[in-house]
Design a protein around this ligand. Structure first.
Ligand code: F6R
Length: 364
């Protein structure tokens, strides 16, 4: 079933243009570039707060979505990892949408958090890849991802499909709240529909990434930096690397580096910088200077414009297509997944079945 691929993870990375297109196809109407959600029986414009709860990679998808809900729908968003959420005493007021994100739909902590929110009067939204799962059954608003079965333990295609659904949901909420005009909605939908082609161009850099993996494989620690909606991607990149290559990695907000992690920087700690060009690019460039001044080695992932501006003197660069900021988190997922994958291959680890991990964590 792996076809021409060496691993399920690799196959699943390469499936992303197709499955993201499939997922977008069920939430966006191409005939008039509008968002079309499944039927549900509550008024989404009256939602006063969104509480997002998930674990691991699904949690990082939620972190990206927080930027979108706030930016488009101007709704306050709380987000928590499920294992913390269920044991604090979260304030759940009337008119709240509690949103659970899960590939499997069976993660024990997330499911327990869902039930807690239900008992506390929240409307339950579920973004899930397994339509027959427990979470799917308990949803008021079921938003399936159409990633198909994900076999590799490290989540890849489920993540980008979650992002696709969450972007559509945030836009839909903005439209219903009267905060997004018809023209703006058309524009957002058009940008989302550009995602599959952009994912394909990102995948074209597979060989470049494979050939630089040996530069990262010897490292004991790796830092990932990103800003804005690409900050969760830095954490996702670090999670992927640690899961399958067993290299210690941390993701930080670029601007937070000088508040501590910079102490780690030396020539043995590669720093992977995720930075599409844009208004905040200059700030990231100064963060890169701080790394360089301490002998740090940078791998810059950016578009042609960003690489032109800041690519010189980097250990390596990975070129991404120039995309609208809305779809950048989907596109930049590809190089961090591929980098983790190729580093793991260099190290010879069991990519699809990394040690100590289970595909679905159904115990607390
Ligand atoms: C990371 C990974 C895990 C899962 C987490 C949540 O590659 O696979 O961090 O994302 O266990 O699983 P789901 O999404 O099934 O709730």
């Amino acid at each position: 079933e792996k076809g021409n691929y060496r691993h399920f993870m690799q196959k699943e990375i390469f499936e992303q243009p197709t499955v993201v297109a499939q997922t977008l196809g069920s939430y966006l109407r191409q005939s008039d570039n509008s968002v079309a959600l499944p039927q549900f029986d509550f008024d989404i414009s009256s939602i006063r707060r969104v509480t997002i709860v998930a674990c691991g990679t699904s949690y990082y998808a939620g972190m990206v979505a927080k930027y979108w809900f706030e930016q488009f729908a101007r709704v306050p968003v709380d987000i928590d990892v499920a294992s913390e959420f269920r044991y604090r005493e979260p304030v759940l007021e009337d008119g709240g949408l509690a949103l659970f994100i899960s590939q499997s739909g069976e993660t024990a902590d997330t499911l327990a958090a869902l039930r807690h929110c239900k008992e506390n009067g929240q409307t339950i939204g579920v973004v899930v890849n397994v339509p027959t799962s427990s979470m799917a059954r308990e949803a008021d608003l079921l938003l399936p991802t159409h990633a198909g079965p994900e076999i590799g333990v490290a989540s890849t295609k489920a993540f980008t499909c979650q992002l696709a659904v969450l972007a559509a949901l945030a836009a839909h909420m903005a439209v219903k709240k009267g905060l997004m005009s018809r023209a703006e909605e058309q524009e957002v939908v058009a940008h989302l529909l550009e995602a599959p082609a952009a994912l394909n161009s990102a995948l074209d850099h597979d060989d470049d990434i494979a050939s630089m993996a040996h530069l990262i494989a010897p490292a004991r620690d790796v830092l990932y930096l990103g800003r804005g909606p690409d900050y969760p991607l830095a954490m996702e990149g670090a999670l992927k690397l640690k899961e399958i290559s067993y290299i210690h990695a941390e993701g930080y907000a670029s601007g937070e580096m000088k508040h501590g992690p910079i102490a780690l920087i030396d020539e043995a700690v590669p720093v992977i910088v995720l930075a599409p060009s844009g208004p905040l690019f200059e700030k990231t460039v100064s963060n890169m200077e701080e790394v360089r001044a301490r002998g740090g080695k940078i791998v810059l992932i950016s578009d042609a414009e960003g690489l032109e501006q800041a690519g010189e003197g980097c250990l390596a660069t990975i070129e991404m297509p120039r995309v609208h900021p809305l779809i950048a988190p989907l596109v930049y997922a590809i190089p961090v997944q591929l980098l983790a994958y190729h580093v793991a291959c260099v190290k010879g680890t069991d990519v699809d079945q990394p040690r100590n991990l289970a595909k679905s964590v159904t115990v607390e």
